[in-house]
Design a protein around this ligand. Sequence first.
Ligand SMILES: *[C@@H]1O[C@H](CO)[C@@H](O)[C@H](O)[C@H]1NC(C)=O
Length: 337
Amino acid sequence: MESSLCALLLLGTLALQETWAGPRSMRHFNTAITRPGVRQPRFLTVTYVDDLQIASFDTDRQCLRSGPQAAWMERMVQEDPWFWERETEILRGAAQMFRVALQNISVYFHQSAGGVHTLQRMLGCEVSPELTFQHGFYQFAYDGRDYISLDLETLTWRAAVPQAVNTKRIWEADRSIAEGWKNYLEEECVTWLKKHLEMGKDTLMRTDPPSATVTRHTAPSGEVTLRCRAQDFYPKEISVTWLRDGEEQPQDTEFIETRPAGDGTFQKWAAVDVTSGQEDKYTCRVQHEGLSEPLTLQWEPQSSPTWLIVGGIAAALLLLLAVIAGVVMWNRNRNSA
Ligand SMILES: *[C@@H]1O[C@H](CO)[C@@H](O)[C@H](O)[C@H]1NC(C)=O
């Protein structure tokens, strides 16, 4: 009995490793925003492992919070009671660094004090399916545009705008700045990512396949669109396409960017313009790594929800009657035996 249970568990882990073929990543997104009349800019951080938010920090709350779906963070803190304290200190330090950087940069852009500006940083690492370092990134944006980034190969800084040459000069004068980040991204970031993948594997290694529905909409002008909606899936990567007679219709299709549902799963839809009466020529195809084969769906006019409910209740009643009849017959047979 015990050995068969072990075999089952082993199969379970093997299957888990096979489904996640893509790279795994950890990313920190920092944002500092100046506020008129307030000396300290607001500083926000969100940290992701793959497509799941594991932590967030906001200077207005002065606290670091774990992501709602990252239950393993609690265990991580129990194992290492100073973890939260240390991370919070690091983030307070980063907030200071961003405050100074915002001052420098507004001077480089000849901007007067008191305006509203944002400085963003994205840093993180990506590992192969074998969990070895693959890519690292460390880049800044000012007021929504690329500002400067680190080239990990050459350990040089790339200024995306002329004003950033000032920062490039300061940072290249001290090579230990680039070396420090390279070391963080290649070593420490990978160590943390592996730790999260290990402790949070039930959440992070899962694949939730999408469910999908097709709805039909008529605009006031009489134009007809079919909308194919995929939801409840994880990870985020998905393909939703409309085919007409087996051919993809990208020109006539409107896609929305894949969006988080807020519960750790994602949603996407694609809508195609059709000529009324031609609906049956269109098929929606949904591909996701949680599906062993693509979902294909069509608009089905007759499958209105009330019909399904009435039909479902009728079927359930029939089943119940059959079960009662079966029990009565069985009792009768037993009593007569
Ligand atoms: C801002 O200036 C300080 C002092 O010169 C320097 O240490 C820091 O790296 C600068 N930051 C940026 C983003 O230019």
